[in-house]
Design a protein around this ligand. Structure first.
Ligand code: BGP
Length: 489
């Protein structure tokens, strides 16, 4: 009889997750080229609506910005200046007791235009410095190759991932960084939230849909993401050739979807929405397009152009583990019920009467994380890694400088409790990197006030502030969670 599993394994990888375009800043320093995130302007919530997002950009807008005709502000160009604060920030992560730190390499720091013949040495050196700093504290880097940071020139010259030639530029970038950091990085992710392409082709792949007026967004997105599937498999192949004990993961924004009622139509719609979300991990884990997508493609006039060998490459080089982000669950109704409930930028759905929502309308569902973990385990049977989870919230700095964030502790405590239940259910969970361990620029709204961190950063939505770092109450709480390997919550 197998021994009952009590809790997280001894080498469980506790840590935090960031993205270059949301923390680094220095958008034009040391040879870095512009990337797609550098073109995303800040829109105040009064104009945008707190539940709405500002991520999409048009080809004309890009040219106007480059021609100096526009006077907008781009918070992701400055981030929280991790580029100059990385030693201080990593020391704080070490104080928390991190075993792992998730970051992305800014592709346009390495190849400024994306299709350059040679890499930018200053960019390569920056990440050598970051990995060396992490090594000082025995913190493992978990590196995302592409986290919404497509080099802007690839958008302007090729229309991003819609053009198959970007596969070659990406694999050259991957081979360059695998070779450079083969002794420093063993955990790699290829595309962050690869499913976001179908919701925002600009964010997911630097694709300018306004350049393709005769094609539907779905047609454009599924063609572009096919190129990313091929590129991800080729990168996985290269990683295993270059780095001996490498582990390569895919990365999905998991949108666990529930039926609003026990009406069979609601059940079928939830199953369909879950399939559309898990399509991306089906391809990257099982190594082939699932048959249920043939019907969806046919009914939506989507034709994915493949080249000879694509299917074989995808089949031959699946990922070693599955990583995903989890913030909320989604509820769908086929009975004409429509509430104004914001989801992630992915989908809103209808109100779930049993759940609370965050300040940004995201429905908080800790048990949904256990559901998602069990679903992944039963569907794939591969190791899992939660690489994003957290609560974006308004924080208040008290007169004495303290910051009390019991709401964040409550959110994380409840999600970690459910992770432990999933582990007891038999799920093979590698680690957990809380999203935004240090306050950073929101991906979907470019706000600073949507804070996730255990560490507060003094900067407001207009970019004013000292950038001073300070600890919130949740800092010591998470430090203890890690110190007790998740036993004390
Ligand atoms: C995910 C992204 C992260 C992060 C997170 C929180 O989609 O992978 O980059 O930003 O969302 O979203 P937001 O920053 O919009 O609150």
């Amino acid at each position: 009889m197998a021994k009952a599993i009590k809790g997280f394994k001894p080498d469980f990888l506790w840590g935090g997750a960031t993205a270059a375009n949301q923390v680094e800043g220095a958008y034009d320093k040391d040879g870095k080229g512009l990337n797609t995130a550098d073109m995303v302007k800040y829109i105040p919530k009064e104009e945008r609506g707190i539940h709405n997002f500002s991520m999409d950009v048009t080809a004309d807008y890009i040219e106007d910005v480059l021609a100096g005709k526009v006077d907008d502000r781009y918070p992701k160009r400055d981030g929280i200046d991790f580029y100059h604060h990385y030693k201080e920030d990593i020391a704080l992560f070490a104080e928390l007791g991190f075993k792992v730190f998730r970051l992305s390499i800014n592709w346009s720091r390495i190849f400024p235009n994306g299709d350059d013949a040679e890499p930018n040495e200053a960019g390569l050196q920056f990440y050598d410095n970051v990995f060396d700093e992490l090594k000082k504290y025995d913190i493992e880097p978990l590196v995302t190759l592409s986290h919404y940071e497509t080099p802007l020139e690839l958008s302007r010259k090729y229309n991003g991932w819609y053009d198959r030639r970007v596969i070659g530029f990406f694999t050259k970038y991957a081979e360059t960084v695998f070779t450079r950091y083969k002794d420093k990085v063993k955990y790699w992710l290829t595309f962050n939230e690869i499913n976001v392409m179908t919701h925002s082709p600009y964010t997911g792949g630097g694709v300018l849909v306004d350049k393709l007026p005769n094609k539907t967004k779905d047609q454009i997105a599924y063609q572009a993401v096919h190129h990313q599937f091929v590129a991800s498999s080729l990168a996985t192949k290269l990683a295993h050739e270059i780095i001996p004990d490498v582990q390569v993961g895919c990365m999905l924004a998991r949108m666990e979807t529930y039926p609003h009622t026990n009406n069979p139509d609601d059940i079928l719609e939830a199953q369909h929405q879950n399939d559309l979300n898990l399509f991306f991990t089906d391809v990257q884990v099982k190594g082939e397009y699932p048959s249920y997508m043939n019907r969806y493609f046919a009914e939506n006039n989507i034709t994915v152009e493949k080249e000879t060998g694509d299917d074989e490459i995808i089949k031959q080089y699946p990922v070693d583990f599955i990583s995903f982000s989890y913030y909320m669950s989604v509820t769908v109704s086929t009975q004409g019920k429509h509430d104004e409930v914001a989801g992630n930028m992915i989908k809103g759905g209808v109100k779930n009467e049993y759940l609370e929502t965050s300040d940004w309308g995201w429905q908080i569902d800790p048990k949904g994380l256990r559901v998602a973990l069990r679903d992944f385990h039963n569907r794939y049977g591969k190791p899992l890694f939660i690489v994003e989870n957290g609560l974006g919230a308004f924080d208040k700095v008290e007169e004495d400088g303290s910051i009390h964030d019991p709401y964040r502790i409550d959110y994380l405590k409840k999600h970690i409790e459910q992770m432990k239940e999933a582990v007891k259910d038999g799920v093979d969970l590698m680690g957990y990197t809380a999203w935004g361990p240090i306050d950073l620029i929101s991906m979907s709204t470019s706000e600073m006030s949507k804070r996730y961190g255990f560490i507060y950063v003094d900067q407001d939505d207009d970019g004013n502030g000292t950038l001073n770092r300070s600890k919130k109450d949740s800092f010591d709480w998470y430090k203890n969670v890690i110190a007790t390997n998740g036993e004390e919550l």
